[in-house]
Design a protein around this ligand. Sequence first.
Ligand code: ADP
Ligand code: MG
Length: 690
Amino acid sequence: MNSKVFDTSIRYLKGVGEAREKLFNKLGIRTLRDLVEYFPRAYEDRTVFKRINSLVIGEYVCVRAIAAATPKLSHIRKGLDLVKLRVVDDVGSLEITFFNSPFVKDAIKQGESYAFYGKVSGTLLRPEMTNPLFERVQKKGAITGCIVPIYPLTAKLSQKIVSTAVRSALEKCADEFPDVIPNDISKKYNLCRASYAYENIHSPEGFKELDIARRRLIFEELFVLVTAMRLMRDRRTTQTGKYLQARDFKEFYASLSFTPTNAQKRAIDDAAADMIAGKLMNRLIQGDVGSGKTLVAAACCWLTWRSGLQSAFMAPTEILAKQHYKSLTDMLTPFGMSVGLLTGSTTAKGKHEIYEQLRYGEIDLIIGTHALLSEGVEFRNLGLVITDEQHRFGVEQRSMLTEKGDSPHVLVMSATPIPRTLALIIYGDLDVSIIDEMPPGRREIETHVVDERYRERLYKFVRKLVSEGRQVYVICPMVEENDEDLEQESASDANKPKSVTTHHETLSKKVFPDLNVELLHGKMPAKKKDAAMAAFTSGDADILVATTVIEVGVDVPNAALIIVENADRFGLSQLHQLRGRIGRGEFQSFCVLIGEAHERLQIMKSTNDGFKIAEEDLKLRGPGDFFGSRQHGLPVMQIANLMTDMLVLHEAQGAAEKLLETDPSLSLPANRKLKEKIIQLFDTNIDKMN
Ligand code: ADP
Ligand code: MG
């Protein structure tokens, strides 16, 4: 949709005005396009008419009936009026009551036919309806006998206001819906026209029409997305990157304290092959927690340095950045590489020094957080950019870092195993290497799902492990006792979310006063966080009570037990990440999930395969929750569901592939509208496309 009408502000719609415009803006609606693309979240089925003798108590239904008498208005007390009315059809009679709607008295006339829509109450012998919607039978269609859209709302905007605005937007745009799907594809996949689809998604004539409309819109959404991703990818494969000199990795491997797995070697070889060929690398390393992705990153930095170029490695949290700094320093400084660390808590003086060293090429590898995106960061010769846990960074942040160099190679590491089908879309613009093998000698983690009754036994077990020299994580879902979330809970005490600070108090003062119990959460000052993490890493602390700040990447091989409080409050993939914190050393490790939703948690017990868990999680929660909003940097799906619309997705992929074979840059007139749509959707990335 690129015509002018669609870009008109909603302010000019009848009945919208300035105040309402603001409310609509809150819903993300600014233009007519936004309005017509604001799809209902559900529909109310008012198509079913029943005769009075077959009504079912509790159901919502339409009834055609004649007013048996003039409605009777009575003032019960100040602020309470009742209108009572009996209506009949040829088989029964129905009592209707309207509260505080005195106008009904004159609106309904004895002996005339009306259609009512409402919830049936009363008894089967004496059915009733309260405050039903109604209209004259002759007028049928506006209120009864139709399917009514239900829109997601914000306070102060009623269904009526939204649907009226949508209706007038649809009318204004009526003849201008451009079909972004090329004709032959529409034909091949049996898709209705865009105008029909928009009309029927908002005001469906029937459920069949609604299905036809939905199918078209879902197809369109997915088709535009996969075409865009393919375009980016295809364009990239023709781009050249910096040539790196080939090197024998044996030299690098020789300095390690362990032997890389075959899967690690394969991933390293994939990456090296890209960079040595002078192809611009854009590669995703996907591997389950603990599969050893850091080593792949280190090898790539080493290769880059061998060709005299710098590398930058960005992590989503300070804790993780520091940890990478430590392990990469260990692996790389023996070769004479200089490694730097830059985070939000680096002192001004320290930053200044690092900026200088980067500019002069005195630092070969800089590791850091978002701080790497600061203006002061400039490189002498940036050859490689690595981002860890990438779905926490948007595509834009990734490119902000690459723009600091002259098309550096890009390596992305994801710890969230994404079901293959989804990875195809989300990382459609990247090549993928999968590390599907764990380092040897790992023991299977023993996982238990328990409730409060086991707490005492559990604490004994903690003591036993600590006395053997092991360490323990205790994870709580939130920080403060009076968190908003908490107040709304009416949960039983046992299931009440544990505040990390309070729980730390309990454990350190009452349960384990003789042990060293540390606290770690995101809202602590950086210095305290450092101290807590350092105490745990060095083995000084026996127990670390933390929030999910430790979720990504933290690596303390001596930790052999993780206890998750209120485990039912976490997503399965998140639990899997948390569990990934243990079983990293030679010790048998244990994961204890304390929670009520036993059934959902059982999957954690039955498998340790992150892919399987992710798939299960997606089924339960849907991709929206799974990825968080916009975290993956893709447009938010308006109507398609990446899990349930898999079939349409495959069709859309097939169609996109065929189309780009014949018109690789979408320059044919027939594909012009599609191209415009893609540019509109990915507007920040236009330059990345043809
Ligand atoms: P990931 O980032 O994939 O979750 P890490 O790179 O943090 O995993 O590695 C997890 C742990 O396994 C680290 O302690 C690391 O030193 C160790 N490790 C990595 N590769 C190997 C290997 N091939 N053999 C033995 N240990 C390994
Ligand atoms: Mg990692």
